[in-house]
Design a protein around this ligand. Sequence first.
Ligand code: ADP
Ligand code: MG
Length: 295
Amino acid sequence: MSSDATPGAPEAGQDRMAGTAPETGSAKTDPILKADGIRRSFGGLTAVDVEHLEVQRSTITALIGPNGAGKSTLFNLLTGFDRADAGEWSFQGRRIDRMAGHKVARQGMVRTFQLTKALTRLTVLENMLLAAPGQRGERFLGAFGRWLWTGQEAANRERAMELLARFKLDAKKDDIAGSLSGGQRKLLEMARSLMVEPSMVMLDEPMAGVNPALVQSLLEHITALRDEGTTVLFVEHDMDVIMGISDWIVVMAQGRVIAEGRPADIRSNEHVIDAYLGAHHDEPGQGAQQKEEGP
Ligand SMILES: Nc1ncnc2c1ncn2[C@@H]1O[C@H](COP(=O)(O)OP(=O)(O)O)[C@@H](O)[C@H]1O
Ligand SMILES: [Mg+2]
């Protein structure tokens, strides 16, 4: 789908955000995702209230903000795993608000999920195959359907093994997923999300609980995805990581986007500094730099 795959792929060091103003809600030159007026409340609490947001295609965009800022809720809304109270958004020019999660994934926008308890009891390869697109085997019951399904299964297996090799998990294909280290689980979660060949991946704290050696490898995978033309939106707390790999940073606080810009813009932005300091004052020990557990 992404016409930017090879010939026009941005070169290393190129400013992929050229022509974009470092302002909240700013228009992007080639947006893959555009959202307006997304709101979600839980009881009396407004978790997300985003007026306008665009994500530039083939970039690494970081979504940052203090704990409770609404980052995970925004991910859930955009990917169809939670229902917004209001808002319209489109992906690659097509409206996807009100679309169920599996349909959003079919459009090419996926988020990673932590392996559930049930998945940890399956093998690494089984986990990959379960994340594969299409359920033709269930829909077509005739002999022709079975033939189709077998062909699809072979293709899925091939893609699964390619991805496992890429994430250096191929030797573990028959291991039970629950036996993987924390870092390897994160790699498997990312590999699973790529089974549907997404144009955009959303990673919610992919580095949380991962040892430093594996963090480097995760970062390389994220950068490689972007360089292949995949759009990456990720939530992370480690400022060195964020500043190091992001083309663009979106800052949320109390449900709203309060700043956007390149790493250099964000580093010097007073609103951002206030938001983080505010979080420190309000909740001692819940600092924005701290890694939190799970979604
Ligand atoms: N399912 C839910 N029910 C009630 N409140 C929720 C739910 N999910 C999130 N919240 C609240 O919404 C706010 C935003 O949460 P979240 O999106 O998880 O923030 P972040 O990911 O930025 O840490 C928090 O105050 C959180 O407690
Ligand atoms: Mg979160």
